[in-house]
Design a binder for this molecule. Structure first.
Ligand code: PMP
Length: 359
């Protein structure tokens, strides 16, 4: 979280101030979600995100609960009806998160793997031309940033190049709002808020209007995207505090210069770290350079026995949460939007000094 956002939230904690600086006499957690004050908070968050990500009017911005993994069920539940049956859906497997989405979809559809990078241990993205799409598939799912394997689609695939008009479903949980989005290629995109948007508990769904109204009968009403769109995210009580915080993050992103400026900064941060890794004899990153993630950088020590000394030294230097995900091991630096360039510079300086002392 950006420090300025946390400070603003602290200021508003017991007495929220509106856009004109007028105090409301209560904190956001104490407000009715149907009241005027909260209404202005949710509208502000939506309008600001629409501006920031240049989301066309044909798309609804929905604030939900359940996180990214709930969407693995809710997307097929919402896009594979209304008639019962199990329509085909396509998946491109580029790491753990797209794999999980594919597994969950089998409860509601017939998921088919159109392409997979498993053979390379998820170190590349299969060429678009090699994707084997199923005729009539309801949608094609990708995870545009694989948080664990550190693989990112630097541009979203254009399915029209394969002669397909299936909607593209994008799990952009771990790099949402880190760069502009080409919405002409997207049908639905979802993200848990907890990486780049705000506190855990809020889920963002951006869905094209023509994809509403195709939910399975069994889809819970509170998770039916059509209901949520029709009620402007107030079908049931939404995660009010998370929406408020996300609104503050969106303000902060606009103050930073918007998506082009944020993307440029993220490229600068990631380039600095990858150059340090590639230029060393001790560290390595196995992902093909063309699809390396700018948000999540997994890296490994050529001598894994040094890992705990690395982590201990890093912690002493104030560099925290660098242990890799348990499923792949090694180390991982997450460079979300709120991480300043100075944080990456400090990490690189520590990595170099650690390498010198261990040479
Ligand atoms: N997708 C991606 C890309 C993720 O990184 C995560 C969480 N790290 C999830 C889905 C799952 O999100 P949640 O924990 O909110 O269910």
């Amino acid at each position: 979280m950006p420090l300025e956002v946390l400070q603003r939230a602290a200021f508003d904690m017991t007495n929220w101030h509106d856009a004109d600086g007028k105090p409301s006499g209560m904190g956001v957690m104490e407000m009715s979600h149907r009241g005027k004050a909260f209404g202005s908070i949710v509208q502000h968050a939506q309008a600001c995100l629409r501006r920031l990500l240049a989301i066309p009017e044909a798309f609804h911005i929905l604030f939900m609960q359940g996180g990214g993994q709930a969407q693995n069920a809710l997307v097929p539940m919402n896009l594979c009806g209304p008639a019962p049956g199990r329509p085909a859906v396509d998946f491109v497997i580029t790491g753990s998160w797209s794999q999980k989405s594919w597994q969950e979809a089998a409860k509601y559809s017939q998921p088919h793997i159109a392409a997979s990078a498993q053979a390379s241990e998820f170190h590349h993205i299969p060429e678009l031309a090699s994707w084997q799409l199923s005729p009539g598939a309801r949608y094609v799912h990708i995870c545009s940033n694989e948080t664990i394997h550190g693989v990112e689609f630097h541009t979203l695939p254009d399915l029209r190049a394969l002669g397909s008009d299936a909607p593209l479903v994008v799990d952009f949980s771990s790099h949402v709002a880190s760069r502009p989005v080409d919405w002409s290629r997207v049908g639905l995109a979802f993200a848990g808020a907890q990486k780049n948007l705000g506190p855990a508990g809020l889920t963002l769904v951006v869905v094209r209007d023509d994809l509403l109204g195709t939910a399975l009968e069994i889809c819970p009403s509170a998770f039916n995207l059509q209901n949520i769109a029709a009620s402007d995210s107030l079908f049931n009580t939404p995660p009010t505090y998370g929406i408020y915080m996300a609104g503050l993050v969106f303000d902060w992103l606009e103050q930073q210069g918007g998506m082009d400026a944020i993307e440029a900064r993220n490229i600068e941060k990631a380039t600095l770290l990858y150059q340090a890794i590639d230029g060393s004899d001790l560290y390595f990153n196995p992902v093909e350079p063309a699809c390396r993630s700018r948000m999540n950088v997994p890296f490994f020590l050529r001598n894994p026995a040094l890992e705990s000394a690395f982590l201990q030294g890093a912690e002493q230097a104030g560099l925290l949460q660098l242990k890799g995900h348990k499923s792949v091991g090694g180390l991982r630096a997450s460079l979300y939007n709120a991480m300043p360039l100075a944080g990456v510079q400090a990490l690189v300086a520590f990595m170099r000094s650690f390498e010198r002392t261990r040479a």
